[in-house]
Design a binder for this molecule. Sequence first.
Ligand code: UD1
Length: 417
Amino acid sequence: MDKLLIEGGVPLMGEIAISGAKNAALPILCAALLSAEPLHITNLPRLNDVRTMLRLLGQMGVKIVDEGRDAVTLDASGLDNPVAPYELVRTMRASVLVLGPLVARCGEARVSLPGGCAIGARPVDQHIKGLEAMGAEISVEQGYVHARAARLRGARLFTDMVTVTGTENLMMAAVLAAGDTVIENAAREPEVVDLANCLVAMGAQISGAGSDVIRIRGVDRLYGATHRVMPDRIETGTYLCAAAATGGSVRLTGTSTSYLDAVVDKLMDTGCDIVPERDAIRLKAPPKLTAVSIRTAPYPAFPTDMQAQFMAINAVADGTAVIRETIFENRYMHAVELARLGAEIRIDGNTAVVKGVPRLNGATVMATDLRASASLVVAGLVAQGTTLVDRIYHLDRGYEQLDRKLAALGARVRRTK
Ligand code: UD1
């Protein structure tokens, strides 16, 4: 199993390019299921989660043409197997994003239930409730959601909580439904907007994406289109944190601060100087960071996917920070691993209190989920001596060429077995 060996203590300096957003790419790949014409996608990040989604779509009968570099064309004209098997869904919860498009296009879908995962229960009841309101008959048999509907009907949908993939699934289902759908309490995340833009390019009629009320007028069919995936705001935020924590100075290209207001704000509170440019961001860290308290909440508030990286920053900052995680229960697994490096963190329910220490020391730590692992890398880059991050397949799910990008910024990192 691959590990990442980090010799810490080197300030990150230089310039790297940010990849396309994983969380936009995954639903956009699923959007291809909605049309019998090809969908050409560019700025696609080469990540394990993207590969898993392509495998999943491939076994359903979608023809996949890898165009090299960051482009792929998906042709779902031969879609003949609307099933998402346990073996693939198990490794990636976002596989549930095929459910809405499959019922809408094929009138049927069998999708394995994602089940529990490392960061909490994460049920899909809201996805199911929404599809039922649109007239789907749904049963759960032997761990599979079986959904059927000759044609979905437009409906007024309200989700009990803000759910990102839930909003995306229902939006994709609604574009081919008969009549109008309104999704209230919709997720406002930029990735939802990126998906909506792709669907509109395919001929869908959607308004309000980016607000908490999305209106969709169902159409009879969607067409082929070309779409460029938006930049990954979490990858961007992670490199900004790594540069901040190491006292570095970096320029990140192919990205923008426009989807990162909450994160940029907090980084400026730590003392970082951040300059937005057209399609790029510059960050210069202060000699010593100031601790910042954060509270995660749905967009545009502070993203849960950046919580762990800010815990790493606070571990080496001046002062004490309070972190509140309101989206997922059990999303503090990185805290015990950070403690191995010398961090002082106290957890009480969904609150973490982080007292900054003058230095961290290298140790062997274990990656437990994608963003938890990112925080261990940030901390390892700051720590004196050698840090070995075990199980980095978690990182490969969401960070394209992490070791190469870090090396390009001067970090001393190496993959080992
Ligand atoms: C997406 C992101 C993930 C991010 C999360 C929150 C993708 C592929 N993943 O995950 O990186 O951390 O948003 O920003 O885009 N919930 C229910 N029932 C449901 C659906 C959700 O109870 O049917 C709960 C979840 O358990 C969680 C909360 O709602 O507590 C938000 O989850 P949700 O927004 O759905 O997360 P994902 O879409 O899975």
